[in-house]
Design a protein. Structure first.
Length: 290
């Protein structure tokens, strides 16, 4: 017998089929929504974790010990002395501050027969430039005669005055490079920095210009070039500046640096004119006889 023809699902069957398809679609949509919610939450969690990792790295890097300092600046400054016989000015050699270490103050009890001048300066500081311009020549003469010692502490407090180029820190680092590799030219380098000091509110000097100044002052080598460009003593500049701004200044009664230049002669703070060489000379003479 031939089977009857198949006329397809009846109306009721079609309705049930449509309901089933709708139910399956709703369930699929619900599953997709749950997956998207999970992915979104996972993405937020991953993003938060990434931020926390970055913050942690920043905190760790900010509290890690400062890197080693430059040689010949164990006190955070470089001590210059002169030879009355030869008129030569040279740096007192010292070991570098170890990574995470603290400075060793110059033993002023060993500095007999001289007036001991210490200056905390910033190469971007216009008042330091005034002091340098007025007194550099006579300080050099005193050194050549063996009458004084001169301890220079470069610090960085004026990075905000160079349009984001951090000239204050970069120049202090460059000075540290000279102390490390060519210390006997440190005084000439300091003079060159002030003779070419950029105005506040400008972009400061490029590393190439800084290296040119160092070369003109006699300090030129591949080691110095790498040291300046890599900012080798960046962390030391930060650490030594922080110490100067918060700790009692060695061999004096000065509580801390509150501005630059801070000039100390035989332990006494000089508060006279920065532009009057005779006033400073008189102060130096008075401390020598007191």
């Amino acid at each position: 017998m031939t089977p009857p023809p198949d006329n397809g699902p009846n109306k009721r069957d079609r309705r049930e089929e449509a309901r089933e398809k709708a139910r399956l679609a709703r369930e699929a949509a619900a599953r997709k929504k749950r997956r998207n919610t999970v992915f979104a939450r996972s993405g937020i969690i991953v993003g938060v974790l990434a931020i926390l990792v970055i913050v942690a790295l920043v905190i760790i890097s900010s509290v890690k010990p400062a890197g080693p300092g430059p040689a010949n600046m164990a006190s955070d400054g470089i001590l210059l002395k002169g030879d009355a016989t030869t008129s030569q000015i040279s740096a007192v050699k010292t070991a570098a501050i170890k990574s995470g270490g603290t400075p060793t103050a110059t033993d002023d009890k060993k500095l007999t027969g001289t007036v001991n001048i210490t200056v905390y300066l910033d190469y971007q500081c216009p008042y330091c430039d005034q002091f340098e311009t007025a007194n550099a020549s006579q300080i050099k003469t005193w050194l050549q005669k063996g009458a004084v010692t001169y301890e220079i502490h470069p610090i960085s407090i004026l990075d905000g005055s160079s349009l984001g180029t951090r000239y204050s820190s970069r120049s202090a680092n460059a000075a540290a490079c000279v102390a490390n590799y060519d210390p006997n030219d440190f005084l000439a380098v300091t003079t060159a920095f002030y003779a070419n000091q950029p105005a506040e509110g400008t972009s400061g000097l490029t590393n190439a210009k800084i290296l040119s100044l160092l070369k003109g002052a006699g300090a030129s080598s591949s080691d110095i070039t790498s040291c300046v460009n890599n900012e080798t003593f960046k962390s030391w500049v930060t650490a030594s500046t922080k110490r100067a701004l918060s700790d009692k200044l060695p061999n004096s009664s000065v509580a801390k640096v509150t501005g630059t230049p801070t000039v100390i002669v035989n332990g006494k703070l000089y508060s006279g004119s920065l532009t009057d060489a005779s006033a400073f000379s008189s102060f130096v003479a008075s401390t020598a006889t007191s």
